[in-house]
Every structure is written in C-alpha cells, then in structure tokens.
Design a protein around this ligand. Structure first.
Ligand SMILES: C[S@@+](CC[C@H](N)C(=O)[O-])C[C@H]1O[C@@H](n2cnc3c(N)ncnc32)[C@H](O)[C@@H]1O
Length: 222
C-alpha cells in the first residue's frame, strides 16, 4: 500500500520508523511518501499560511501549495484523499479495515486554524477525525490512522488472526491476557488458562469479553 502524507512537518513522522509499522515500511509492505507542502509554495518566502478573510484569530493554510503538492503526489487521483480534521467522521476499527482495502491513500495534515475551504472542496474525498477534541495539527492523527490501517495490510502482522480476535473486531472488547509467571505478588493466572482444555478456555474468554465490555463500555455492549 502506498500512503502519501502532505504536511508542513515531515520530520514528525520519524515516529513511524519503529516497531511494527517501521518494519512494514522497511519491508516495502507500506510505501510511505512524505511530502513537504512548503516545497510547493510559490511565495518567495515559502509561506504556506495567511490571515483569514473576514478576520479572526490564527492563520489558515493556503490552497495553492496544497493543490500543487496533491497534483504532484496523486496526479491521476488514484488515491483515496483524506483530510485529517476534527470535523470529520470518527475513525474506528471498521473504517480502518475499509481504508486498508485501498492501494493508495493520501493524507492531508492541517495546522494552525486548518486549511482554506477550497482545498477540501477541490481535492478531498473524506474528512476523518480521531476524536472529539482539537489538536494543534493533523500529523498525530495521520500517524494514528496509518498505524491502525497498517495492521490490516497483509503480512504486516505476523500472526494472521490477531486482528480478528482483538477489541472491536466482534463488537466486544478483548478478554484479559496473562503471561509468565503463573503467580506475581499473590495474583495467580486463572486455573482455566493452565488447564489445556481449549473448549473451556474459549468459553472463559467469551464470558470475560462480555463482562469486560459491559463494565468498561456499556454503550458497546448494548
Ligand atoms: C487547531 S486544528 C484546526 C481546528 C479548526 N479550526 C476547527 O475548529 O475545526 C489544526 C489541524 O489539526 C488537525 N486536527 C486537530 N484535531 C483533530 C482531530 N481530532 N482529528 C483529526 N485531525 C485533527 C486538522 O488537520 C486541523 O486542520
């Protein structure tokens, strides 16, 4: 999968060089194309933001450099073009799964007061939010989206079924997990998990999924 990210702060994406996503990028399972919007500014000082028409506080990202950057990164509109925005559709597991079906994504990160509305009108297929709060920029949301989409890209996760058995995959949260040692500070691993009886373990896990979901996310359980 190819993911182009349009940003004023490409260096922030060094966070993706590590762990599972880093391995996926190094192994070419994900081709991350970082595009510095500033490179496309026609302003002699390479400015990419200006005062809002109509007044008000803050600066707005200008349409011209973003337009040219999108045209360079995705000239034939092969990518699904997404603007990370607090006004967008709330990201969830199902949206991530659907996005992973695309061969190409283009993610636009806003900053300051956001982007000139004509950017969205001319270029963007969908706005996606990572939650009902406002961040300073779209870079962290883009990294969140890349991380959760990457988990659905074939071969990114070694264990094929781990995306299928996690929280939200079947509408419930995941059951509690334990690993060695069998006892720590007086707390023991539940006997059933040591029993080797797979049927009983399955039953216990299902029951725990329901208990945990009812307690932590009654809205989901409904
Ligand atoms: C300070 S925000 C702009 C907020 C905008 N003025 C508004 O009130 O809707 C700057 C940028 O951060 C990003 N951003 C902030 N919060 C976000 C969220 N919850 N989800 C996705 N992107 C977000 C967007 O790219 C946005 O353009």
């Amino acid at each position: 999968m190819r993911i182009s990210v349009l940003t004023l702060f490409p260096e922030m994406f060094s966070a993706l060089e590590h762990s599972i996503v880093g391995r996926a990028i190094k192994g070419n399972l994900i081709n991350l194309n970082l595009v510095d919007i500033r490179d496309y500014s026609k302003d002699k000082h390479k400015r990419c933001d200006d005062y809002p028409y109509g007044g008000g506080s803050g600066m707005v990202m200008c349409v011209q450099p973003i337009y040219d950057a999108v045209m360079a990164a995705d000239p034939e509109h092969k990518a699904k073009r997404i603007y990370l925005s607090p006004q967008g559709k709330l990201l969830n597991q199902e949206i991530a799964r659907q996005l992973a079906l695309h061969d190409e994504l283009l993610l636009l990160c806003g900053h300051y007061e956001g982007v000139d509305q004509r950017t969205i009108d001319l270029l963007i297929d969908e706005e996606i939010s990572i939650g009902d709060y406002v961040l300073t920029g779209g870079e962290l949301p883009a990294m969140v989206l890349i991380d959760c989409v990457a988990r659905y890209v074939p071969d990114v996760l070694h264990s094929g079924d781990s995306v299928e058995k996690e929280s939200f995959s079947d509408g419930l949260l995941e059951y509690p997990q334990y690993t060695r040692p069998e006892e720590f500070m007086g707390l023991k691993v539940p006997d059933v998990l040591l029993s080797g009886n797979h049927k009983l373990i399955e039953q216990w896990r299902k029951q725990k999924q329901e208990e945990v979901t009812r307690r932590k996310r009654p809205d989901l359980f409904k």
